[in-house]
Design a binder for this molecule. Structure first.
Ligand code: PSU
Ligand code: MN
Length: 288
């Protein structure tokens, strides 16, 4: 597998990030898009304590429908394996397992990062830790808009993770193409990303390259239109005492509800857009 253009995909978005039946449809759509762009998809997950790099259709179906699937990051990965549980891998755990399998390119929707109010809650996603440790080109639509984006960017810089805007000079904000945060690095082709990645890794760096790919214009929700909905969701999470691993799924579901499904469509569109770009980058990395 390591010698083929392979794109790793995560499973938390399937088990915890999207409602049925969109979750399973999305999993299939992303795999099909990767294949259409001459790469092999490998959706990563844990099936009854077994690491699977490339879930089968049956396993994807179970991942999308079981209600006992753990959300796995770096801190509970060993536990889920030893207890022989089902686990959906976040960006953090997917990067760890993809690296172990020799893969070089990974696609997700939006990475986790520094949560708003982190100075009080200390809630900072293990995705950042993993991006600092595992050398994969990681394609996302920015960090999730529910986060503190300036602090997330500062953390990525501290961790030595290059953030490349794909055909943009601005950090995209998941649902929106714009965040008002300028990027120092831009690439307009997959070949440029591949060159940068090779150079980054030849230096001995073990960190990821984060490619931030704005959601297509037709599917975006402009930042001013979604801002109040995000505020409302954050307030609801606080009121209901939602904490830890439950925060991100709660916020995504609440925002989808409040936008009457519009944010869900945006989320699906950006996930597919990232799968396509990741496949193109995987092809380039293999050639160069
Ligand atoms: N992208 C999406 N939806 C998601 C995620 C990413 O469009 O649900 C998942 C990823 O698995 C990511 C996780 O690692 O959300 C972040 O969770 P937390 O903030 O709890 O670290
Ligand atoms: Mn968290």
């Amino acid at each position: 597998m390591a010698n083929m253009a392979t794109v790793a995909l995560e499973s938390t978005v399937i088990a915890h990030g999207l409602p049925a039946p969109h979750n399973l449809e999305l999993a299939h759509d992303c795999e099909r898009i990767v294949r259409q762009h001459d790469a092999e998809p490998a959706t990563i997950g844990i099936v009854a304590g077994r690491i699977v790099i490339g879930l089968s259709d049956d396993q994807l179906t179970e991942m999308a429908s079981r209600n006992d699937v753990a959300k796995v990051n770096l801190s509970n990965l060993a536990q889920v394996l030893t207890e022989q549980k089902w686990g959906a891998t976040t960006v953090a755990a997917s990067l760890c397992l993809a690296h172990r399998a020799g893969l070089r390119v990974f696609a997700t929707g939006g990475i986790g990062g520094v949560h708003r109010g982190a100075s009080a809650s200390f809630d900072i996603s293990a995705d950042l830790t993993a991006l600092a440790r595992f050398p994969l080109v990681t394609v996302c639509a920015g960090a999730k808009a529910i986060l503190d984006l300036p602090k997330t960017m500062e953390a990525l810089e501290t961790l030595g993770v290059p953030v490349i805007g794909y055909q943009t000079d601005e950090l995209p904000a998941f649902y929106s193409r714009a965040s008002g945060i300028n990027l120092d690095l831009r690439a307009d082709t997959p070949a440029q990303i591949s060159t940068l990645a090779h150079t980054h890794w030849e230096l001995g760096n073990m960190s990821a390259i984060l490619v931030v790919n704005p959601v297509p214009e037709a599917d975006e929700i402009p930042a001013p239109e979604i801002a109040d909905v995000i505020e409302d969701a954050l307030a609801a999470a606080c009121e209901q005492g939602v904490s830890g691993k439950a925060v991100t799924p709660f916020l995504l579901a609440r925002i989808a509800e409040q936008t009457k499904g519009r944010s869900l469509q945006t989320n699906l569109a950006l996930l597919k857009n990232n799968a396509r770009l990741a496949a193109e980058i995987a092809g380039e990395l293999m050639r160069g």
